[in-house]
Design a binder for this molecule. Sequence first.
Ligand SMILES: [Fe+2]
Length: 206
Amino acid sequence: MAELTPLDEKLGEVLGLAQATQKATTHVAQMEDGDRFRDQLDRMLDEAEETERRTDALIDSLEGRKTAIRELARETKSEAEEMLETYLGDEEEALDGFEFLMMAEAGELGHWEIVRTMGKATGEDEVVRLADWAVEIQRKHFDGVRGEQPRAGRGRGPRRLAPQAAWQGAHGFPQRTDELAPSLTLPAPLDRVHALGRAQDRPRGG
Ligand SMILES: [Fe+2]
């Protein structure tokens, strides 16, 4: 097998993850309540397909190594799919699906950030351009599934929120679950904290 550089190996991994994500989003869409998130999951699926297409096109240009990189991608894909099976094998609700997607998308985001860092270090401009694009996509996916996760949990309100509902009732707040639901979304200031963190993450003048 061809000798692969660490960056080649990373490219194989992100290709495999993009393929596995397609299976994961399709799986979650079919879970209980998954219909409510169909649009978002369809968009993620499309973008994962596009990520696979662009990554594979780049790998295709790496003569002498592309076969080995694609083989590595297949291994990564099957490992990720095993993880999906382990995590969601017995689960039925989309809430659990979103918990899994949060892990998967965070992993994808991290991998692409590493690809970008390695690409910069080795002066691979084409890789950096692809990674710049993919990091934004993955960040959107991660933020999206993290934002949806509390929403997916709303259906469980009466059981989970009983103490809170009692407290709110005692303090004159609305008690109906559907009225409580907005308080479960991420508070806006927290969003700003994350945005701040992201701004600080960005390399300056590099
Ligand atoms: Fe993704």
